[in-house]
Design a binder for this molecule. Structure first.
Ligand code: HEC
Length: 182
């Protein structure tokens, strides 16, 4: 091998390692993010694999959503909460993942999730979150261009926005989503 080729080889290898290193360093760890009210994204670590409570669809936003629950809330739903008048137990967590929609490229009559929009969560702790009727709220907005999340809200007061609308379903312990038969 000529010395020139060796140097070129070393240069290219170094460049590749540099690019890979930069990509690794700039990749966001979403679980390090914190909502302005102090709730960390890591409170729902592993939600990607949680059980489905139900899907939903917003006709005014053309969004498909999955509502997922941790084991505590899935057990509570199966016991008949909140229809039986019992509030969800502390430690119950709900996660809502919203997507824009598109026609299936394989079968246009079918609609499927397109781009991730945001991840929202609700954590039940009657004492800790008593200012928002026992639920802690957080929203993380996704930016597909940069593949990063950003916490929603300029300060902690954003959670009253969540709380006010969820008061529509006060009689269901502030939770809209029902657990359908399966
Ligand atoms: C204008 C009304 C409104 C506001 C404001 C609102 N929500 Fe909701 N939320 C809903 C409705 C309706 C649903 C039912 C499912 C759906 O629409 O996809 C829901 C569902 C949810 C769910 C799934 C559990 C459930 O109750 O069904 C979570 C988690 C959630 N919202 C979090 C939030 C957070 C966090 C905020 C504030 C940053 C917020 N919501 C603000 C109306 C609202």
């Amino acid at each position: 091998m000529k010395t020139g080729n060796i140097f070129r080889g070393i240069f290219i290898t170094t460049a590749i390692f540099f690019i890979m290193g930069t990509a690794i360093l700039t990749a966001q760890d979403k679980y390090e993010l914190k909502s302005p009210n102090g709730i960390s994204f890591s409170e729902v670590r592993g939600y990607e694999g949680w059980k489905v409570v139900a899907p939903s669809y917003r006709t005014d936003k053309n969004e498909i959503r999955f509502i997922l629950g941790n084991d505590t809330i899935i057990k509570a739903y199966r016991e008949g909460i909140p229809e039986n008048g019992v509030p969800f137990p502390d430690g119950s967590i709900l996660v809502k993942i919203a997507y824009s929609e598109r026609k299936s490229p394989d079968f246009p009559a079918a609609i499927e999730p397109d781009v991730l929009q945001r991840v929202e969560l609700m954590i039940k702790d009657a004492k800790k979150f008593k200012n928002t009727n026992g639920w802690g709220y957080a929203r993380f907005v996704y930016n597909a261009k940069t593949n990063t999340f950003k916490p929603y809200g300029n300060d902690a007061s954003f959670e009253q926005e969540c709380n006010v609308c969820h008061t529509i379903v006060k009689g269901r312990d502030f939770v809209f989503t029902k657990y359908p038969q399966r």
